[in-house]
Write a protein of this length. Structure first.
Lengths: 664, 209, 304
């Protein structure tokens, strides 16, 4: 690394990631095709026997990780071009990137508890170093530190859970979890599951564990935000899915819990996303919402497992796995476009942008495709996964099963609300940034950077492919889903619906949907061609109709704040808006008066800030101990030694006295 | 048929949560009186003429005609403004009333008594809690009485729910409550209205010692 | 069979707006324009040239096309009693709702494309109202799925039959909810006044202020098609399954006509709600759908 120049470092990094990716993808594709990869080797006296396995579930995640990381690094080397002079920083950044990749592959495949935790820690460290790439700015460092601390909180939860299992079963292998759960009391098993859920949930970003997400994503460089949202969060989802695979019962309760938490996450995430005006923070809150959607799918699948209904399980887990892939694709695409916008205009504030579609047409198209996909609109991929989840929910209601129909209905209403709110948010984001006219003059002339678009268009191709040919991708994911529905050990009794009975109707439905979407595109194209033929006169260009107002200016346009104001007024109790206004004095105030509104996350204020303040106050009471004078510190040492020497003597004396009192 | 009437009853509760004018409240109360008469008429098994007359008097006579008229008289006489000032914005009111309906449904499912008809129970509980919500969330004193009247409607439906016959005592009890509240309010508003100019609940706090 | 339904709805859309305008005129004491006048307006617009604003981009030029195509696609899914629409599969109402949402997305960003504050106003309101009306539709469909045990439009309407009084109540309430949804989606009274000329109070008309020529013709015709589409959806409540074709077509046309006349009557006699109040009224639809759902639960005797 130190030997190569700046640009060459980038190319070496791409080559390394590509090599890693090809090797692991090969194994993954074979795993998805049915041939599971398993290896055991002796890893020394501490770890014992380390087993590595790639089954269909790991395979699916490995494939999406590799694709996203590849597009990330290809975009990243162009994005980091302004920093080319700084060799050390670049070198360490690329090293951390490759390390992160390897660590993630390790997390997906290592079946040994301590090995898993090692890989987790390596992933956290490398991600932290990548996030604080721009460490000259204070808020970047603060955001990185908050991410670091919360990642370690998740580490603590996982460690406690693993220690619990090890203490009861004596083995380090992940399969021990399943043997423990099959023998333990259901309440204890559920508690263990909650520990795992907390640990993985912090990583995934479920509410109320989400507070690190909106800080870490804006602070990191664009390609890192993209892979964080696309892949890092999915590690939490992978963990939860792995624990569900290892569980042996109590699915209904697990399903209900995950469903409720996910509905809350989804709606809360998107509501907070709407009022943000920092583009990357908006996208970060949307990641929380999409994790909520994935969680709804997982919850539905668990309920299906609990009721032994293959259809529900297939729809739920299928939708969740597909949405994992879809979200990785369109979220990374959106972050790349946001990065290009930031580097061109040097601001992330939506309110200062506008009319960029004329300067950055390709980036606008990428952002448009990403927005349409994230709202779940046909003909793109978001619709397919949401449709699967809807199918499962409605089937659950129609089949009149013995489950809480009101909860399923709440999930349906929640998904519908999430879709509508996401549409509001992304029309705002796309419209205010790219459309209209510039709200503030841009600092420098703006040009499109062509090599940067290559990973973006690759992702677009995949998005459109999933949208138009969903059956192919569902068939690809089917082995992973089958792990859940027809697990080992006869989880589905012989009387339950066969797996093939559930898959085939889905394939037929999805085939119909792809025909419909293709015909939709054809109809649109036909109408457009008719229009071109009928409009014989060329279109005249003129200015926008301003109702007779003769001095139009760019500042008359609708701003992002005004666009969401009706909704913000409605949900006022949920938000905390900090408003600062200048005071207007007199009839003709002298200069411009500012009024700023900043949204703040209420949950964060309650869960993080208040305990932090109390902790600080409590610890501040001990501040007198840190007075900086050396004699005092030596005195502390002496006091400690005296206490150690005296303590056993004191303990003996106290027991002797108690014995005396007992005899009295 | 009762089901349709009770569904319309619950919708009228939502409508009451939604509107801002005092006139709407009184007209919804009158409408609820008519609905309750319909429900009582169909539900009562033994209709002997005195009982029927009593029910007719209570529902149509009082709930629909007399009390809304009296309330309108009070509003006009004390020149209370048309708007009802809530503490919470209107949108939240509708959301809360909807969640009250859902919660009363879930509550009624927890009761496993076969003598009760579920939908009557749901309507009764919804009206009860909605009335309580009105009392909590509105500023004007006269809306307190309206909330109380909604609670009375709920109790009426509840008495239908627990038995097809209506014991006379329950009826008299309800009537007494209505009388007491409305007359007290009348006295209150007339006498104290001369002292306190605004009809605001906050002013009542000054009365404590 | 599905193509017959498609043609019926398309045919109704040619006449529908004329009936509304004629009703309103007659109720105001005037004679009013002919029934085919809106059709002639659209035809004239389709042949006119267009003026595009300099602030706009390619989005503005493709948005009306996408809107029109999405509504055309959505009509293909409306059933006709027990004979399905052109397209029918389990869960098709989800596709229906999302295809309409695609059209709305493009209209909203086309409005923001012009860089005018009026259109931004309309866009923000349109986004909010459509988002508030969506859960109502889904909850309604969920309750029907629960009631009939099927999840596609054709099967739901095919097996919906009204026996007890509570199912009649549910049917009437559901038709009411869908009617109100139609009024909201098409920006009619009492949410929005199509005849107002104050941009501060418009919702839908102000979004299309800058469109002209072929695009404007497409947008107007799409509005008419949406009306006829919702009319077709409502007509399904009244089509008993298994009846003969001419009776079904007759009932369908009568219901469409009645729907148009009702809208004309509502528009003539009701004032528009306060703009700040609209979200509450739209949310009431969700409450009513919830009531329908609870009613279905009671009907099935299901506990929770």
């Amino acid at each position: 690394m130190p030997i190569a120049g700046g640009r060459w470092k980038g190319y070496i990094a791409v080559a390394a990631v590509l090599a890693n990716g090809v090797v692991s993808s090969g194994i993954a594709i074979r795993a998805l095709a049915g041939r599971v990869f398993e290896e055991r080797f002796n890893a020394g006296p501490i770890l014992g026997e380390l087993s590595i396995g790639v089954d269909a579930l790991s395979g699916w995640f490995i494939l999406l990780t590799n694709f996203t990381l590849l597009t990330g690094i290809v975009y990243g080397i162009r994005y980091l071009r302004p920093y080319e002079g700084n060799h050390a920083r670049l070198g360490s950044h690329y090293c951390c990137y490759i390390l992160n990749h390897v660590a993630m592959l390790g997390i997906f495949s290592i079946r040994h508890m301590l090995g898993f935790l090692c890989a987790w820690e390596i992933m956290t460290l490398s991600a932290f170093l990548m996030v604080i790439f721009d460490h000259g700015k204070m808020e970047v460092v603060k955001a990185g530190v908050s991410f670091f601390i919360q990642a370690h909180l998740s580490f603590i939860f996982l460690t406690v859970a693993f220690i619990w299992v090890r203490a009861h079963t004596g083995s380090y292998d992940l399969a021990a979890v399943s043997s423990y759960l099959s023998g333990a009391h259901p309440a204890l098993g559920f508690l263990l599951f909650l520990l795992f859920f907390a640990g993985f949930g912090i990583k995934a970003g479920f509410v109320p564990f989400h507070t690190w997400l909106p800080y870490a994503h804006p602070a990191a460089p664009a390609h890192i935000s993209g892979i964080m949202s696309g892949v890092l969060i999915k590690l939490g989802i992978f963990g939860i899915l792995r624990i569900i695979l290892l569980a042996r019962g109590g699915y209904l309760l697990i399903g209900y819990t995950i469903l409720v938490v996910s509905i809350v996450s989804g709606v809360y995430g998107v509501i907070l996303a709407i009022v943000q005006h920092n583009l990357k923070r908006l996208l970060a809150y949307h990641s929380i919402e999409n994790i909520g959607i994935i969680g709804i799918g997982i919850g539905l699948g668990c309920i299906g497992l609990g009721l032994k209904n293959t259809w529900l399980a297939f729809a739920g887990f299928g939708g969740a796995l597909l949405h994992t892939l879809n979200h990785a694709l369109f979220k990374s695409l959106l972050f790349y476009a946001a990065g290009t916008v930031y580097q061109g205009t040097h601001t992330m504030d939506i309110e200062r942008l506008g009319g960029l579609v004329k300067r950055l047409p390709h980036t606008a198209v990428l952002f448009l495709v990403g927005s349409l996909a994230i709202c779940g609109l046909p003909p793109f991929n978001g619709f397919i996964s949401e449709f699967l989840i809807y199918s499962g929910l409605f089937h659950g209601m129609a089949a009149n099963l013995e489950t809480s129909t009101i909860l399923l209905l709440a999930a349906v209403a929640g998904l519908a609300l999430i879709g509508g709110l996401a549409m509001l948010c992304f029309t705002k984001a796309f419209g205010i940034i790219f459309l209209g006219s510039e709200r503030h003059p841009l600092p420098e002339p703006l040009k499109e950077d062509i090599p940067r678009l290559f990973p973006g268009y690759l992702t677009v191709a995949l998005i459109v492919a999933i949208g138009l040919l969903p059956t192919f991708f569902l068939r690809l994911a089917a082995p992973a889903i089958d792990l859940f529905t027809s697990g080992p050990g006869g989880r589905m009794p012989a009387g339950g619906e066969q797996a093939s009975g559930a898959v085939i109707p889905f394939m037929v439905t999805l085939q119909t949907i792809s025909t419909c979407t293709v015909s939709l595109l054809l109809v649109a194209l036909t109408v457009f061609l008719i229009k071109k033929k009928l409009a014989t006169r060329p279109g005249v260009r003129s200015s926008t109709w301003g109702c007779g107002y003769v001095a139009p200016s760019a500042r008359l346009q609708y701003t992002a704040n005004s666009f969401v104001r009706p909704l913000r007024k409605l949900i006022r109790p949920l938000l905390m808006m900090n408003k600062s206004e200048g005071v207007i004095e007199g009839i003709f105030p002298p200069g411009p008066i500012r009024s700023d509104t900043h949204p703040y996350d209420k949950l964060e204020a309650v869960l993080i800030d208040r305990p932090l303040r109390m902790l600080r106050r409590f610890l501040g009471g001990f501040r007198f101990l840190q007075n900086g004078s050396i004699p005092a510190y030596v005195l502390y040492g002496v006091v400690f030694i005296v206490l150690i020497l005296v303590a056993p003597i004191l303990a003996d004396a106290v027991t002797y006295l108690f014995g005396l009192f007992k005899q009295v | 048929m009762t089901n349709i009437l009770l569904i319309i009853f619950v919708i009228s509760l939502v409508h009451m949560g939604l509107s801002k004018r005092l006139n709407t409240y009184t007209s919804v109360l009158a409408f609820q009186g008519i609905l309750l008469f319909g429900v009582a008429f169909i539900e009562l098994i033994q209709i002997n003429v005195p009982n029927l007359l009593f029910v007719l008097l209570e529902t149509i006579g009082f709930k629909t005609i007399a009390i809304p008229y009296f309330l309108n008289y009070l509003i006009r006489r004390n020149k209370i403004t048309r708007e009802s000032d809530p503490f919470l914005p209107d949108f939240i009111s509708v959301v809360i009333v909807t969640s009250i309906i859902i919660c009363s449904f879930l509550l009624s499912n927890a009761i496993r008594d076969t003598h009760i008809q579920k939908i009557l129970f749901v309507a009764a509980l919804s009206a009860l809690f909605t009335g309580l919500y009105f009392i909590i969330s509105r500023k004007k004193i006269i809306t307190h009485v309206m909330g109380f009247l909604v609670i009375e409607n709920g109790v009426f439906v509840l008495s239908l729910a627990v038995g097809a016959e209506m014991p006379l005592l329950v009826n008299i009890g309800i009537l007494l409550d209505i009388f007491a509240s409305v007359f007290l309010l009348g006295v209150f508003v007339n006498k104290i209205g001369d002292v306190l100019q605004e009809q605001d609940v906050d002013q009542l706090r000054n009365l404590k010692d | 069979m599905g193509i017959l339904n498609y043609l019926l709805i398309a045919g109704a859309s040619l006449v529908f707006p004329g009936i509304i305008i004629r009703t309103k005129s007659l109720l105001s004491g005037r004679k009013g324009p002919g029934i085919f006048q809106p059709l002639r307006d659209v035809w004239r617009l389709l042949r006119k040239g267009a003026v595009y604003s300099e602030t706009t981009s390619f989005i503005f030029q493709i948005a009306p096309t996408v809107y029109f195509a999405s509504v055309l696609m959505a009509i293909a899914m409306i059933p006709f009693g027990s004979r399905g629409g052109l397209i029918s599969f389990p869960g098709d109402f989800v596709f229906f709702a999302y295809v309409l949402a695609l059209g709305k997305f493009f209209m909203i960003i086309a409005a923001l494309d012009t860089g005018s504050s009026f259109e931004g106003m309309g866009a923000s309101r349109e986004a909010l109202y459509s988002l508030l009306a969506e859960p109502a539709f889904f909850i309604l469909m969920g309750s029907f799925a629960l009631l009939t045990g099927h999840t596609s439009f054709r099967e739901i309407f095919g097996s919906l039959h009204f026996g007890s009084s509570i199912s009649y109540a549910i049917g009437v309430l559901a038709a009411f909810v869908i009617t109100l949804t139609a009024l909201i989606e098409n920006s009619r009274m009492p949410i929005d006044d199509p005849k107002t000329h104050l941009e501060l109070t418009m919702v839908h008309e102000v979004m299309i202020l800058d469109n002209s020529g072929f695009d404007l013709g497409l947008i107007l015709q799409t509005g008419h098609l949406k009306f006829a589409m919702y009319g077709g959806l409502i007509a399904n409540f009244f089509l008993t399954p298994g009846s003969e074709l001419r009776y079904s077509i007759g009932i369908f046309l009568v219901i469409q006509g009645l729907f148009a006349v009702t809208i004309g009557v509502i528009e003539s006699f009701m004032a528009r709600f306060r703009m700040n109040h609209n979200p509450q009224y739209i949310f009431t639809l969700t409450s009513m759908s919830l009531l329908i759902f609870l009613g279905v639960l009671l009907l099935l005797g299901k506990i929770v």
